[in-house]
Design a protein around this ligand. Structure first.
Ligand code: OAD
Length: 314
């Protein structure tokens, strides 16, 4: 995208908001930080700094699928920090809802896994959860899917969640232990019993008992494929009809979401709302600050009232 633009100011942004009808909004962790949910990469406060401070090396390893399969306890010991309480959404979520109410929200592509868009009332048909969410969880072994809340207690207790279906199936199967075999008494002296199983053999041979699968929230980990709906909706539909892009509260450091803007027509104006400026993607307008305050001011200048308990009366 070219950098030179006829749009520069917050009033230009307000004008675009008033006139455009197919607004694509791409969101990230920054729209939930005002609720106390940490983002990932902010220095000092981000989730990855916390993970590193606990001695887990590269923060992103927590979301590597190979790491999870190798040792799920690392994820389970940390995930409680990003588990939402699902009781409140932010003023920026209320802004998304307002766009929807005004019939201007084409699609909200969210990278967030907190599922708060749903709580704010964003229709499923207008929401693409690019990185999945905590709303459901699946067994890594038998693929059984359950509502996410089924494993919330385990996450809060930092306990690895095991698949109840696997456990049920295993309990119905005949024992996997090798059959007991009768041995000749070693002596005629009274002994505790003459029945021993092979695990008590002198050579101490161990054998594997079957294990239940581990439950994983249906969050897209690094190394996993994004949901098909992301590619289908974006490539086949939205990019041809979009007339304004607003990106809010994301560092745009994770592909493929970070590459979406490159696939959009150059003439479509792009607005960026976040704390820090961004350089690796060209935006027509960058509105810097707390996203809740920026969208409040933007709505005011657009002539729309944005209401939320955390905002002053508009
Ligand atoms: P990041 O933490 O990388 O970026 C959040 C951005 O929001 C930063 O630029 C912050 O400065 C900004 N920010 C934070 N609070 C804000 C506020 N109140 N108002 C305005 N801006 C604010 O988070 P994402 O870009 O969402 O993947 O991260 C993308 C993906 O990386 C995540 O989905 C996650 C992670 O690995 C998975 O969970 C699989």
């Amino acid at each position: 995208r070219q950098k030179l633009s006829q749009y520069n100011t917050i009033d230009d942004a307000a004008k675009l908001l008033r006139t455009k009808k197919n607004i694509m909004v791409i969101t990230g962790a920054g729209i939930s930080t005002s609720l106390g949910i940490p983002d990932f990469r902010s220095q000092g406060t981000g989730f990855y700094d916390k993970v590193r401070a606990l001695g887990y090396g590269g923060g992103e390893d927590v979301f590597q699928i190979e790491e999870f399969d190798r040792d799920p306890s690392i994820f389970y010991s940390l995930a409680g920090d990003i588990l939402p309480d699902l009781k409140r959404f932010s003023p920026t979520h209320a802004f998304l809802k307002l766009l929807q109410t005004k019939n201007r929200l084409q699609t909200n592509y969210t990278q967030n896994i907190d599922n708060l868009e749903e709580l704010a009332g964003i229709d499923k048909s207008r929401l693409i959860q690019c990185h999945g969410s905590f709303a459901t969880a699946s067994c890594r072994k038998c693929k059984n899917q359950v509502p996410g809340r089924v494993i919330f207690d385990d996450i809060r207790a930092k306990r690895v969640a095991k698949c109840k279906r696997c456990i049920q199936v295993m309990s119905k199967q005949p024992s996997a232990r090798p059959p007991l075999k009768k041995r000749k008494p070693k002596s005629t002296v009274l002994r505790k019993n003459d029945w021993e199983d092979s695990s008590d053999d002198d050579n101490g041979t161990a054998y594997d008992l079957p294990q239940p699968g581990i439950m994983k929230p249906d969050i897209t980990f690094f190394g996993e494929k994004l949901p098909d709906t992301f590619f289908d909706r974006f490539m086949d539909e939205d990019r041809h009809a979009v007339d304004l892009v607003i990106v809010i509260g994301t560092s745009l450091k994770v592909a493929p979401v970070s590459e979406m803007c490159n696939h959009l027509p150059a003439e479509v104006p792009h607005i960026y709302i976040s704390r820090e400026p961004i350089e690796h993607v060209n935006f027509d307008i960058q509105l810097l600050g707390e996203s809740d305050h920026v969208v409040f001011e933007l709505c005011k200048r657009t002539g729309w009232g944005l209401r939320h308990e955390m905002l002053p009366e508009g």
